[in-house]
Design a binder for this molecule. Structure first.
Ligand SMILES: [Zn+2]
Length: 260
């Protein structure tokens, strides 16, 4: 029987099916702002239609003991009592399976910035919120910013999609097309790379895999060079990206199937 994976991000909702053959089948995308409150019905409908065994929501939210405690990038928190996982954790799980990494960090940069940690092939959650790299304080007394979560001077307030738009007046995806160099000149890009460097020094990961609508457009050579500024030369994880907008939904479907 197939499994359903749903990615609820700040902008879009994507639905994929993991078929008995092991192949993923893309089903549909919705605008989060239009459809988030209808998520339980949408999922039930797909479950009936495809005879789904189990579904998993990969959601841009902080989850503790199966309950959402905060979702700063979502317009509302959907009522759902099934399996839920933080979206960046789903991304990391998918990346670990795809590339067969046992110990790795997955980072998504989209509307917000999230990270998932995989240790020995399983998601590491700590007390539930491990990997909230978007909300580390990067601090800047001259340009202090309030994060969507309510905190001050968090990484996401300098390099998340919403912050890039606020700073440059342009959607990040447009900026990549028009003048990519503007992205790399941002203070937020340096902050982002420093946060990755600290995470690598702490955990000595095999790999750091980047995704999300903004993350998957970043130039890996530039990223490696800047992250390298914060690493001892003995630390040399593989740094790569996944250019697949469905990676979170696919990870959620894998989690529905395999658990973790
Ligand atoms: Zn924050």
């Amino acid at each position: 029987m197939p499994f359903l994976g749903v990615d609820i991000g700040g902008t879009n909702i994507d639905v994929v099916l993991l078929e008995d053959s092991g192949e993923f089948r893309y089903l549909r995308s919705f605008k989060t702002s239009d459809k988030i409150s209808e998520i339980p019905e949408i999922i039930k409908d797909y479950e009936r239609r495809y005879g789904v065994e189990r579904s998993c929501l990969g959601i841009a939210a902080w989850i503790k003991a199966g309950k959402i405690v905060k979702a700063p990038n979502l317009p509302t928190i959907p009522e759902f009592d099934g399996l839920m996982e933080n979206d960046a954790n789903c991304f990391a799980f998918y990346a670990a399976k795809k590339f067969a990494f046992g110990n790795m960090l997955g980072i998504t940069v989209g509307t917000g910035i999230g990270a998932g940690i995989v240790i020995d092939g399983k998601i590491y959650r700590g007390k539930g919120l491990a990997g909230e790299i978007g909300h580390v304080v990067v601090g800047n007394t001259e340009d202090s910013r309030t994060c969507v979560c309510g905190g001050k001077d968090h990484l996401e307030a300098y390099f998340g999609g919403w912050a890039i738009k606020k700073e440059t007046g342009m959607e990040a995806k447009e900026l990549f097309k028009l003048d990519e160099s503007k992205i790399y000149e941002m203070k937020g890009f340096k902050d982002f790379c420093r946060a990755i460097g600290f995470a690598i020094m702490l955990m000595d990961f095999e790999a750091v895999i980047i995704g999300g609508g903004i993350g998957n457009r970043l130039d890996i050579a530039r990223l490696k060079e800047e992250v390298g500024n914060y690493l001892m030369p003995e630390f040399n994880p593989e740094i790569a990206s996944i250019k697949d907008e469905l990676a979170v939904a696919k990870g959620a479907a894998l989690l529905a199937k395999e658990g973790s």
